[in-house]
Design a protein around this ligand. Structure first.
Ligand code: ATP
Length: 137
């Protein structure tokens, strides 16, 4: 079994899509190992998005991700990392996400694309240690 970090970003909370997104996660068969409403500061945003520091969209991304409460969770299951990315869809909700995915079905813009999922098992371990230190082995 594998674990992955999921975020329902502030746009998802503001738009009332938390229940729908969690429902899709559960219907896929992934198990919730942690789930929590959080509001993060700029320091935490910079740690989470460390790989994007210096990119043109970074300041705007930090402003967005700190703009309101978000839902952070840990999902468990076989190939959990790839399975969540499959149901999330590609980063650009219109050009990249396939119909039937969370992003394609509910989002229009690349920044406000509703969810985050770890992009590899290694990223998942790093991100789970950052967000849920008590869950890390
Ligand atoms: P995530 O890491 O959130 O699951 P991802 O792996 O699909 O998304 P990344 O390339 O890691 O995408 O980018 C992280 C986040 O930064 C995206 O989900 C999106 O919110 C934002 N982002 C990425 N590229 C752009 C861009 N060109 N313009 C605006 N925002 C962007």
């Amino acid at each position: 079994t594998e674990r992955t970090l999921v975020l329902i970003k502030p746009d998802g909370v503001r738009r009332g899509l938390v229940g729908d997104i969690i429902s899709r996660i559960e219907r896929k068969g992934l198990t919730l190992a942690a789930l929590e409403l959080r509001q993060i500061d700029e320091d935490m945003a910079g740690r989470h998005y460390a790989e994007h520091q210096g990119k043109p969209f970074f300041p705007s991304l930090v402003e967005f991700i700190t703009s309101g409460p978000l839902v952070a969770g840990v999902l468990e299951g076989p190939r959990a990392v790839a399975a969540f990315r499959q149901i999330a869809g590609g980063t650009d909700p219109v050009e990249k996400a396939a119909p039937g995915t969370i992003r394609a079905d509910f989002a229009l813009e690349t920044q406000e694309n509703l969810v985050h999922g770890s992009d590899s098992p290694e990223s998942a371990e790093r991100e789970i240690a950052l967000w849920f230190p008590n869950l890390s082995d």
